[in-house]
Ligand binder design. Sequence first.
Ligand code: ZN
Ligand code: ZN
Length: 243
Amino acid sequence: MITRDNGRVAIIDAGTGIRQLGIDLVKNGFHQNELFIGFTHFHWDHIQGFPFFEPAYDPNMVINILAMGKDSEIKNLEEIFKGQMKPEYFPVPLQNMGAKFNFLQLEQNVLDIKGAKVKVIKQNHPGVSFGYRLEDQGKSFVFCTDIEHGNSVQQDIVDFCKNADLLVHEAQYTTEQLKTNSGRGHSSYDQAIEVAERAGAKKLIITHHDPGHDDAFLTEREKECQKRFSNCVFARDRMEITI
Ligand SMILES: [Zn+2]
Ligand SMILES: [Zn+2]
């Protein structure tokens, strides 16, 4: 995510997509002394791109790993990243990457960074996850992934997404599939749309596709979702959106 005032890059999560982001940043000659990566949670699909993030190999770079939110269940943030880069799993240990890392674990749900407001909300997900809301210069972006609403959409999440210019909400399942996958921590397409509708979000991106759903299946679901919420798009690799 690039903020408009000063072109600074802020990143949420480090799934496999962060590899290409790092390559693009280096290729474009982008330089920022300090980067923030905020994490929703630390399941594999949200951290496994990190060892392949090129800017983390730059000795002039400071990378702040940020986990926010009251009642998070993280015991040792640094250990999570060190752990996935042990010699059994990866050839380069974290401390040899090059960049300077700061591991910031904040027991708060709201943060002010130079006028930009970052808010988080605790979400129902195995091991707990946090949704992020960023507000800057009158625009708002909300990112709610790895969330299981249960039988009905949760009002606190709807409130959190209120009037978002851009809402990225996950949906891994159809309503039918959700019935046999409860407890796995995910939502249905209908629930993502319901959140967007009730919150009055201007645009909805549906993300966290099920690995078993191919492009043809997702394209069909996307068309169905657009019939109900016209400004809805399914997330694709390397997607860029301006708000
Ligand atoms: Zn998860
Ligand atoms: Zn996930």
